[in-house]
Design a protein around this ligand. Structure first.
Ligand SMILES: Cc1cc2nc3c(=O)[nH]c(=O)nc-3n(C[C@H](O)[C@H](O)[C@H](O)COP(=O)(O)OP(=O)(O)OC[C@H]3O[C@@H](n4cnc5c(N)ncnc54)[C@H](O)[C@@H]3O)c2cc1C
Length: 452
């Protein structure tokens, strides 16, 4: 399947929690001011709507008067969006493998997309502990939406931690607070595939402009993003591992879809392959080597935020199992159903998984400006272990939740359905293959002696 994406392509969507969306008249104006299909499944009525581009928000009055939102407000917003919009849309997002457009619009409206922008640039400056909690809260309702939010934050953190020496990137981040741009990522490439530290494509500089083309194997929500951070060789003579990260703005690129995204899970991330053709100003090249950005930011943020959201998916499944068990208990007052014991066992695993990512997030935040430690094997092993452990634990916990709920969890049309949680959780071990990570750990352990 091949198709050209252009920025004027409308995205069809179904109605979510309209009450939430209608909270702001500006929001409704924005909905109705752009053209696309908005169909409410219950009433079968249709409205014309086009939702995605953040540029549409630029002139909204409430955005002009924006002041940085703090973490307590952000977590409150995310919980409301999760319960009110994401949970309602998740089955349709999954069934149709479509982008969770309503959820992202609601997050944008509440300024959640700027959470990782430093305070000095007008953002809330959330640390990793806070970002993880935002992703975990959303994942309990919709794994795909949480993965989109996590991937966006990871890219944002790369800019915020490695682009502060560039006037261009500082201005970009300032504008992002106002516009609530959505950032996507292109690391995987035909050839090196999932080896993020290796690129075939190279950025070509001519004066103050660059050109960059990439054949990406997987590009989550690239067709819905306002910009994409792309890894590539730093020039055409550079070795495959001598990489830089480039901020490619949507208006400066064309994307040709090269593969489909009809997957087992994480269907709403809309992650087919793309051929990217782009150009821009050389200031869009993030200063410094990607090797540093990867070790100091991309890997730690990825493994911690992904673990948090995988925990969220597992917690969502356990919540369904708990509700099922309570229902059983109500039917036989005075007795504890046997499933309650299984539920108690499951809570142990859920708590262990949570403590693993929380402690990594706390220790990461405690490093402050000390980035040297992150270049060492101790942190690399710890983060790799976290990624492997949580991506294996999440589907195991969902599996056990399914054993508690039984056939009602197996049925797709039951309120206790667990199929989506199961399928979404299975993506974790593939998303940067656990085998690939384990192989890196194995070589490090040949020389790394601090087993503690
Ligand atoms: C939901 C989802 C969203 C994604 N979004 C994006 C995105 O937005 N941008 C992006 O760039 N990528 C994205 N990816 C791609 C992801 O980052 C990986 O690149 C991809 O999952 C790896 O593909 P692969 O299975 O071919 O693995 P590869 O790493 O290429 O491995 C292929 C096979 O070889 C094995 N293997 C590889 N190396 C070793 C080794 N050293 N030792 C032993 N076995 C090995 C693996 O186990 C696997 O079986 C996404 C993936 C998923 C699942």
């Amino acid at each position: 399947m091949r198709g050209m994406w252009t920025r004027s392509m409308p995205s069809p969507t179904t109605a979510g929690n309209v009450a939430h969306m209608a909270r702001s008249s500006g929001w409704m104006r924005c909905l109705l001011g752009n053209f696309g299909l908005f169909s409410a499944p219950r009433t079968r009525t249709a409205m014309l709507v086009w939702l995605t581009p953040s540029h549409a928000w630029e002139n909204e009055q409430d955005m002009d008067s924006h002041t940085a939102t703090g973490f307590p407000q952000l977590i409150d917003s995310v919980r409301k969006v999760a319960a009110g919009v994401a949970a309602a849309q998740a089955p349709d997002v999954d069934a149709r493998a479509r982008f969770p457009i309503e959820t992202l619009a609601a997050l944008r409206e509440d300024h959640v997309l700027a959470a990782a922008v430093p305070r000095e640039l007008g953002g809330p400056g959330c640390n990793v502990q806070e970002l993880s909690q935002l992703c975990a809260a959303l994942a309990q309702a919709c794994g795909s939406s949480a993965m989109v939010l996590a991937m966006h934050y990871i890219q944002l953190a790369c800019l915020a931690r490695h682009g502060m020496g560039s006037d261009y990137l500082r201005d970009y981040l300032r504008d992002l607070v106002r516009r609530q741009d959505l950032l996507a990522s292109m690391t995987s490439e035909v050839g090196p595939s999932g080896d993020t530290r290796s690129s075939v494509c190279a950025v070509r500089r001519a004066g103050d402009r660059f050109q960059l083309d990439k054949d990406a194997t997987t590009g989550s929500y690239c067709a819905h993003a306002d910009a994409i951070l792309v890894t590539c060789r730093k020039d055409e003579e550079a070795a495959r591992s001598d990489q830089v990260l480039v901020l490619v703005r949507r208006e400066d690129c064309t994307l040709t879809q090269t593969t489909s995204w009809d997957t087992l899970g994480m269907r709403g991330t809309c992650s087919p392959g793309f051929q990217l053709r782009s150009s821009g100003a050389v200031e869009q090249i993030v200063p410094g080597a990607f090797a540093d950005c990867s070790a100091q930011t991309m890997v730690p943020y990825s493994h911690i935020l992904w673990s948090a959201l995988w925990w969220g998916i597992a917690a969502g499944a356990v919540a369904k199992a708990a509700s099922f068990v309570r229902g059983q208990a109500r039917q036989t007052p005075g007795t504890v159903p046997p499933t309650a014991t299984r539920l108690a066992e499951l809570q142990v695993q859920l708590q262990a998984l949570k403590q693993n990512w929380l402690s990594a997030a706390r220790d990461f935040d405690a490093l402050g400006d000390d980035r040297e430690e992150l270049m060492g094997m101790g942190w690399a092993l710890r983060l790799n272990n976290l990624k492997i452990a949580s991506s294996e634990a999440a589907p195991r916990i969902v599996h056990q939740a399914l054993q508690i709920v039984g056939i009602l969890g197996y049925k797709n049309d039951s309120p206790f359905a667990l199929g989506r949680h199961y399928r979404d959780a299975l993506s974790g071990s593939l998303m940067i293959s656990n085998d690939r990570i384990a192989a890196k750990n194995a070589s490090m352990l040949l020389v790394y002696k601090d087993a503690a």
